[in-house]
Design a binder for this molecule. Structure first.
Ligand SMILES: C[S@@+](CC[C@H](N)C(=O)[O-])C[C@H]1O[C@@H](n2cnc3c(N)ncnc32)[C@H](O)[C@@H]1O
Length: 302
C-alpha cells in the first residue's frame, strides 16, 4: 500500500515530467501533450494557451492576454494552475510575496511586477525540474526581485513573520498534510498578512472517496478538501476573515475556488470557536492512496 512519501514522490515525478515537457519541447514552439497534468483523469488536455496538456478550467487560459504577453513563453506554457491568485491577492508596491508550489514561476513573475523593485517575490517548490524552469524564466523576464526556494509547503524554509502575502495556485490539494500547510502559512505571515489562493475544492456533499473517483491525486482532484474542510483548516491554523468561493467547475462536483484569509493583526491565536472545527487532513491523502490501490471504500468508512 502506498504511504505518504510514495504519494508525494508520485506528485514530484508528475510535475518533473511537466517541467521537462516544456524545456524539451521541439522548436518552433508547439503545444506539448504531457498526458493530462491538472484536471480530471482521462481529460483530453485542452491546453488553451498553455502547453502541458492541462484540462479545461486549468492553465494559462485563466490569465488576461495582457498578463500572458508580458511573460516568457515557457512560463506561460508551464502554467498548471486552476485560477489566477493575483486577481485574489491585490498586491501592493513594496510587499513580500510567497508563492507555494510555484511551478514554472508564472505567478512569481507576475507578483514581482506588482510589488516592484522595493518588494520581493519568493517561489517555493519541491521539484528540481520546476525550479530550474522557473529560474530560467526569471532570467528571461529580467526579474531581479525574485527568489526560488527548494522545499515543501509543509515546512516552508523562511523565518516566521516575514511575508506580507501568501499566494498559491492549485497546489494545496496536492499536499499530504494540509493542516501543516495552513500552520506554515500562519507562521510565515506578518501580523495582518493576507492569503490569496486558488485551488480545487469539493462540494461539501462529496465524500473523500467520491473525490478520488472524479480525478487523480496528481491531477489536483482526489486530494481536494471540501469548502467546509478548507474553511475549518484555515480557521484551525488561526487565520481569520476566511472566504472560500467556488468559481468554475473542473470535474463533476469539483470546483476551482478562490480562497482569502488574513492573519490577525495582533499575533494572538485563534478563537475557541475556530479551534473546535478541526479536520484531519491526512484522511484525504488516505482516500487518494486507497483509490490508487483500488480500495476507495475503506476510506469512505472512516
Ligand atoms: C499543479 S502545479 C501548479 C504550479 C503553479 N502554481 C502554476 O500555477 O502553474 C503544482 C506544483 O506544486 C509543486 N508541489 C506539489 N506539492 C508540493 C509540496 N508538498 N511542496 C512543494 N511543492 C509542491 C509541484 O512540484 C508543482 O510544481
Amino acid at each position: 500500500m502506498m504511504n505518504d512519501n510514495d504519494l508525494r514522490e508520485q506528485v514530484r515525478e508528475r510535475y518533473a515530467a511537466s517541467a521537462l515537457a516544456v524545456t524539451s519541447r521541439p522548436a518552433p514552439l508547439n503545444v506539448v501533450e504531457a498526458d493530462g497534468c491538472c484536471g480530471p483523469s482521462g481529460s483530453s488536455g485542452c491546453c488553451g494557451a498553455g502547453g502541458v496538456g492541462v484540462g479545461e478550467g486549468f492553465g494559462a487560459q485563466l490569465y488576461d492576454t495582457e498578463e500572458r504577453d508580458a511573460l516568457p513563453t515557457e512560463a506561460v506554457l508551464a502554467s498548471l494552475g486552476c485560477g489566477n491568485p493575483l486577481a485574489v491577492a491585490e498586491l501592493r508596491d513594496g510587499e513580500t510575496v510567497l508563492d507555494l508550489g510555484s511551478g514554472g514561476g508564472i505567478d512569481v513573475l507576475l507578483s514581482a511586477k506588482r510589488v516592484g523593485a522595493a518588494g520581493k517575490a519568493y517561489g517555493l517548490d519541491m521539484t528540481e525540474e520546476m525550479l530550474a524552469l522557473a529560474l530560467d524564466n526569471a532570467t528571461k523576464a529580467g526579474a531581479t526581485n525574485v527568489e526560488f526556494l527548494k522545499g515543501t509547503i509543509e515546512q516552508v524554509p523562511l523565518p516566521a513573520g516575514t511575508v506580507d502575502v501568501v499566494i498559491s495556485n492549485c497546489v494545496v490539494n496536492l499536499s499530504i498534510d494540509k493542516l501543516a500547510v495552513f500552520a506554515e502559512i500562519k507562521r510565515v505571515l506578518r501580523p495582518g498578512g493576507r492569503v490569496g489562493i486558488t485551488d480545487v475544492v469539493a462540494g461539501d456533499h462529496i465524500a473523500p472517496s467520491e473525490r478520488a473517483g472524479r480525478g487523480s491525486y496528481v491531477g489536483c482532484v482526489a486530494g481536494a478538501l471540501s469548502v467546509s474542510e478548507y474553511r475549518a483548516g484555515l480557521a484551525q491554523a488561526g487565520l481569520v476573515d476566511i472566504v472560500v468561493e467556488p468559481t468554475h467547475q473542473v470535474a463533476d462536483g469539483m470546483h476551482s475556488a478562490i480562497i482569502r484569509a488574513t492573519k490577525p493583526p495582533a499575533s494572538g491565536g485563534s478563537s475557541v470557536t475556530e479551534r473546535t472545527s478541526g479536520i484531519r487532513s491526512s484522511a484525504y491523502a488516505d482516500a487518494a492512496r486507497d483509490s490508487n490501490n483500488g480500495e476507495g471504500d475503506r476510506a469512505a468508512r472512516r
